[in-house]
Design a protein around this ligand. Structure first.
Ligand code: ATP
Ligand code: MG
Length: 327
């Protein structure tokens, strides 16, 4: 069976790390058809559109999408692309790697963030010059969809057996209250153990002792902020992957952006994008291959070669070749 993969490198180092990930995937014995499409600042300059219709359509029909990064036009590109795959959950692992400087090297967390509502889909208004408002939306159906994903994820995993619900339902009783109650009742029905922590307390506790948490399920804004906080604990954004999962397709992207300061120099670290590709392998059912790619990246991070961001002098291509060698 051939898997149709949309490849959207975008701008900046997206153009360097995305082909690196494709090269790693091509070295595996899996039947992929890669279809490349444009998005971002460069295509906007040429055509006036940051996300051409054909790119959107490709992401909406491919089995999975590999996205790199977009510059100034990021919001015009990634928000519609997430919508193209109907992504309802953003999966963000935050794991420290051996040999990489981290504030909390023992961190190994996995965030499941609601990806469609909360304040980000809310409606903002400017009532008068000096008064503005924001209405947020939380629905039972979106909370249920996330909870079902979290339960299936935990049930299918050898490594995880429960999850923590993070919220602020003591203050936002209606919105976070509905979120918390819905997620908890789905988990109870499915026999999955959960605990809950208020989001402010979570921020402190995860810094002091990240090992007390494992899988973390949160509303949109809390998930955005807290997963970035966790990125700080493991040594910054440079190595972190993410997945936007929908009911029928998914989009995989590194957490970092276009890094204009180093773009075009063949020194970008391809690790985050290659780990995102490993998440895609797992999503498509190739668990062994996914683990092998992760192990090859981990060994390369630990033993080199390394790109300059990690203190080495290797190029993007050297690191990619080393990962493929280890495979
Ligand atoms: P954008 O606006 O597209 O997010 P940015 O200037 O915020 O761009 P990021 O890509 O978010 O840049 O990264 C911040 C900094 O971290 C970069 O300037 C770069 O020096 C470093 N960095 C990020 N990703 C990588 C990578 N893959 N390899 C090496 N360095 C990186
Ligand atoms: Mg940035």
């Amino acid at each position: 069976m051939t898997h149709e993969i949309a490849v959207i490198p975008g701008d900046g180092i997206g153009k360097e790390v995305t082909p690196a990930a494709v090269e790693v995937l091509e070295s595996l014995d899996i039947d992929f058809e890669f279809i490349e499409a444009e998005a971002g600042d460069a295509v906007k300059e040429e055509t006036g559109e940051a996300l051409p219709q054909e790119t959107y359509d490709l992401a909406a029909s491919a089995d999975a999408t590999l996205f790199g990064a977009a510059g100034e036009t990021a919001a015009d590109v990634i928000l519609p692309l997430r919508e193209a795959v109907d992504s309802f959950v953003n999966v963000r692992p935050a794991k420290a790697y051996p040999g990489i400087d981290a504030v909390r090297p023992e961190t190994d967390l996995l965030f499941l963030r609601e990806n469609t509502e909360g304040v980000y889909s809310g409606h903002e208004d400017r009532l008068t010059d000096d008064v503005s408002t924001l209405t947020r939306v939380v629905t039972e159906s979106a909370s249920e969809r996330l909870a079902e994903f979290a339960c299936d994820f935990v049930a299918d995993s050898d490594k995880h057996d429960s999850f923590t619900i993070v919220h602020k339902a003591n203050v936002m009783r209606e919105t976070d209250g509905l979120f918390r109650d819905t997620v908890k009742s789905v988990a109870d029905e499915q026999g999955i153990e959960t605990d809950e922590v208020l989001m402010d307390a979570f921020a402190t506790r995860v810094c002091l002792d990240p090992e007390q948490f494992d899988v973390v399920v949160c509303p949109n804004l809390a998930g955005d902020v807290l997963s970035d906080l966790a990125a700080g604990l493991v040594g910054g954004l440079g190595l972190l992957p993410s997945a936007n999962i929908g009911p029928e397709r998914a989009l995989f992207e590194p957490v970092h952006g276009t890094a204009p300061d180093i773009a075009g120099e063949n020194v970008a670290n391809p690790a985050a994008k290659i780990i995102s590709a490993a998440m895609m392998l797992e999503y498509l059912g190739y668990e062994e291959e996914s683990e092998a790619v992760n192990a090859a990246v981990e060994a390369t991070l630990a033993d080199g070669p390394r790109t300059p961001d990690l203190g080495g002098d290797a190029s993007t291509e050297d690191v990619t070749a080393a990962v493929i060698d280890r495979l």
